[in-house]
Design a binder for this molecule. Structure first.
Ligand code: FE2
Length: 302
């Protein structure tokens, strides 16, 4: 396995100060660096220097998502595979971002920019590697332990899905098929979670949500409490997804990017059989308890 995991997202936050406060004090991410236009953050149980970069911008949205590769030479290998696949690639030099080495940058058919990288400074998770306690002191807010997955939107769901499967060896855990046989959405994995990336029909280049992992249902209920006491706009939940079987709550950051706190779901393997949902059961697939989808879920992207 050359791609190890979703390593980072860079999101645009026009509501600068309030968004920094949201990600630090409500989500509970830890600031590791800032310059005039960026704040670098990590979730507490991640070891790398950052996994979320906030970017000062005029409009909300996704600058890029990035996957961490196991070895430095994986970048050359994937660069070659992408070129052979007909995808234009660009090299981002080491030091372009703080604490990072080189990256390979390209665009997927749904319009988002994706990067592959290997080198990043390791800062640890605040716990010793010998005889650690289960969590460190000083956690704040929801204290999500790690970044989990992304849902991106675009017209060519097939194209982006196929690229991740053909070039990077991702597998498909679930899909929603439209009556014409095309995909409305796909859920893709390369680790052993139900999804590292999902793709849904919608406006090109857009982000539907970034998701942080939550340990269990009780922590999810506590996350709902923390969102409510901070007057954060909750989009939906707490509830369960039929798709992935995960439990979830969605909220919006003060800039309008949707964030999810996601818990559970099944374990996947390369031979995991793909599950298909028909559009007449889609509402149960998205919100299993409610059986209906609010308009925001299908119309609001950033
Ligand atoms: Fe999600």
């Amino acid at each position: 396995m050359a791609i190890m995991r979703l390593g980072r997202v860079q999101i645009r936050v026009p509501n600068w100060e309030k968004s920094i406060e949201y990600y630090k004090n409500v989500v509970g991410l830890i600031e590791t660096y800032r310059d005039e236009n960026h704040v670098y953050l990590k979730a507490w149980d991640e070891h790398d220097h950052h996994s979320v970069i906030l970017e000062k911008a005029d409009a909300a949205g996704l600058n890029h998502l990035a996957f961490k590769c196991e070895k430095a030479e994986d970048l050359d290998m994937y660069e070659q595979k992408l070129i052979e696949y007909g995808v234009a690639v660009e090299r981002i030099p080491a030091g372009y971002r703080i604490a990072e080495g080189e990256a390979v940058r390209f665009r997927v058919p749904t319009g988002q920019f994706v990067e592959l990288y290997h080198e990043i400074e390791v800062v640890g998770n605040g716990l010793p590697l010998v005889n650690p306690d289960p969590w460190p002191d000083g956690l704040v807010g929801i204290a999500a332990p790690r970044l989990d997955h992304l849902l991106i939107a675009g017209d060519d769901v097939e194209g982006t899905t196929q690229l991740f499967m053909d070039v990077f060896g991702f597998h498909m855990s679930e899909n929603v098929v439209l009556p014409d046989g095309k995909y409305l959405a796909t859920w893709l994995f390369t680790t052993n979670t139900p999804h590292d990336l999902a793709v849904i029909k919608g406006p090109d280049e857009k982000l539907h949500h970034i998701a942080f992992f939550i340990d269990d249902w009780n922590e999810l209920r506590k996350a709902a409490d923390i969102l409510a006491r901070n007057d954060v706009m909750i989009d939906a939940g707490p509830t369960r997804h039929g798709i992935t079987r995960g439990t979830t709550i969605y909220s919006f950051d003060p800039s309008g990017n949707r964030t999810e706190f996601f818990c559970g779901g099944y374990i996947t393997y390369p031979d995991f059989p793909t599950i298909t949902w028909n559009t007449d059961r889609l509402a149960r697939g998205i919100y299993y308890f409610e059986g209906e989808i609010n308009d925001r879920f299908t119309t609001v992207f950033s």
